[in-house]
Design a binder for this molecule. Sequence first.
Ligand code: FES
Ligand SMILES: [Fe+2]
Length: 394
Amino acid sequence: MTIGTHDTGTGYEMKPPSYKADLTEVGRGKPMGELLRRYWHPVGLSRDAGDVPVRVQALGEDLVLFRDRQGRPGLLHARCCHRGTTLYYGKVEDSGIRCCYHGWLFDTQGHCLEQPCEPEGGSFKDKVRQPWYPVEERYGLIFAYMGPPDKKPVLPRYDCLETMDGGEFVEADDSSIGGGGPAIIPCNWLQHFENVADPYHVPVLHGSFSGPQFTNMMASMPEVRFETTDRGVAIRSVRPQDGGKVFYRVTEAIFPTLRVVPNPRVAQFARVESIGWMLPLHDTAFRIYVAGRVKTSGDIGRMRSKFNGKFWWDMTEREHQQFPGDYEAQVGQGPITLHSEEHFGQSDRGVLMVRRTIRNQLDAMAAGRDPAGVSFDPDAPPIVFEAGNYIRDV
Ligand code: FES
Ligand SMILES: [Fe+2]
C-alpha cells in the first residue's frame, strides 16, 4: 500500500486495447484480405485433390477441393448455389462434383452441367454458377488465386525448388513444419510472419529459455542487419566462429506470406532448401505449407522440432511451460495480438520493417498499382533467394 501517493501502471488504468485490423484481417473487402488476394496461395497438397472432396478454409472462405475423373483439380465454394448444403458431401464424377441434396452437377469452373430435378434436366443451368477459383499445381501443392480475375498474376517459380543438387527432388508437406505445434495454429497469420524477421528470439526462446532447440551455433546472440528488398525483408545474422570465420545466416520474409528460412537444426552450409507459405485460414488461424529439396521422401517431416525429446502433441501441459517454442510464444500473443499494448525496442526493427513494407503495399494498391512481387510475365525467370546458412571469412 502507498500512503499519500497514487500507484501507477496498474491494469485498471489501461485504455481499451486494439489491434491493427488493416494488417491482420483477411476477409474479402478488408485491406489485407484484398492484398493477399492478389497472390497465389497453396490450399492443399496435390495428392489431397482426389475423388473424395476435402474441406479447405482459405482467407476466411469455406471451400472444397477435389479432382474430377478427367484429372482436373477444382476448388469451389463449399456452399451449394442451389439451396446451400455443402459440397463436402458431394460425389466426384467424370466432369465435376454432384451435390448430394438435389444432384446439381458442377464442373471445376463452377458451371452447372445438370439439374436432375428440373424439367428437361435443368432449364436455367446456364444462369447459375457455383463460385470457383482458378488452381494450378506445382511443387506437389495446389495453388489457388482468389483475387480479381483481371489481376491474376503468373504463379511464381523459385530457383531453390527448380535447381536440384545431386539426388534431390522436391517434396511438399502440410503439417505446419516451422510453426512449432500442430497443423492448424490458432492465431493471426501476421504473428508468424513477423517472427521470420525476429532473429533475436532464437537465442532466447530456442536457446537459453528451453535449452538449445536448434544447433549450438544458433544459441549465441547474433549481430543482425535488416533490409527492405523489392520482395520483402531480408534478415542477415552474423555470429563469430573460431578461426576468424563468421556464421552468416540469411532469412527472408517474402510477400505476401512466404517464410524463406534455412534449416536451423542441420549444420549444413548452403542456400535455403525449403520455402514455407503461411495460409491464413481465417483471421485467427493459419497453417503452413512447405515445399523443399529432399534426398529421401519424408525428409521435410524429419525437420520437425522436438522439445525435451518429445513431439509437441506428446508433451504435458507442464512441459509446454518448461519447453515453450514458436507455437506457445505466438499463440500466447492472443488470437490477434493487441498492437496498442506493444513496446518496441531496437531488436524489433525487423518486425517494424515488415509492418511498414506491408503498409507500403496497401498504399500501392490504394493508388492503383500492383503490390510487390506479382508478375504477369509467363517467361519470368525463377526467383532466386539470398537465404541460406554460410560460413564466411570475417
Ligand atoms: S442444395 Fe445443392 S443441389 Fe440442392
Ligand atoms: Fe522461432
